[in-house]
Write a protein that binds this ligand. Structure first.
Ligand SMILES: [Mg+2]
Ligand SMILES: [Zn+2]
Length: 187
């Protein structure tokens, strides 16, 4: 049976986003409220969780690939300790002005993921906090959810037709409830 895949942005969705700055080391990384439980619910429901994240601070010389690797290792370890699992992560390491084809809103990270994982885009969600996330997800044909954590509250009023998410959720847990069908007032 095909496993279901879910794509999740990292900063501002999984962890606190230091708006205007970067998570440069593991000490900077703080899981947002309810995230570990939400990831557990997705894993328990059979989803493969794949992180899709821009990390231009590496290309722009603010921190090193080794720092990102250490953060990723620790993040995945804590998630595992909650009985959940992050299957894979695809990170753009290019600087903001390098003009690469993977930095969201470009779709290169999803193309990389599609080489390694099997999923049907129209049935697969991408959860992000920025308009650039929603644009990238829509361009790749995914369903999109914008969360009101991280940059969400700052960017939601700038949403237009190219960046209109399928759903807006308060946070990752609310998005997971939506995806798993735990709608308010139903069932
Ligand atoms: Mg983000
Ligand atoms: Zn890139």
């Amino acid at each position: 049976m095909r496993r279901k895949v879910i794509f999740i942005d990292r900063d501002g969705v999984i962890n606190w986003d230091p708006i205007g700055d970067y998570i440069k080391k593991w000490d900077d990384f703080k899981f947002l409220d309810g995230v570990l439980e939400a990831l557990y619910m997705l894993s328990a429901a059979g989803y493969e969780i794949i992180v899709i994240s821009n990390q231009a601070g590496i290309g722009d010389g603010k921190y090193l690939k080794e720092d990102l690797d250490e953060i990723t290792e620790n993040m995945e370890r804590v998630v595992r300790s909650y009985g959940a699992k992050i299957t894979a992560g695809y990170y753009c390491l290019h600087g903001k002005d390098e003009g690469c084809t993977c930095r969201k809103p470009e779709i290169g990270l999803f193309e990389q993921a599609a080489r390694d994982h099997s999923f049907i885009p129209q049935e697969t969600y991408f959860i992000g906090d920025k308009i650039s996330d929603i644009k990238a997800g829509k361009r790749f044909g995914l369903k999109t959810i914008m969360v009101m954590t991280g940059h969400g509250p700052l960017q939601k009023d700038s949403v237009d037709d190219s960046s209109r998410p399928d759903h807006i959720a308060d946070d990752l847990m609310a998005a997971v409830h939506y995806i798993l069908g735990f709608h308010k007032g139903e069932g």
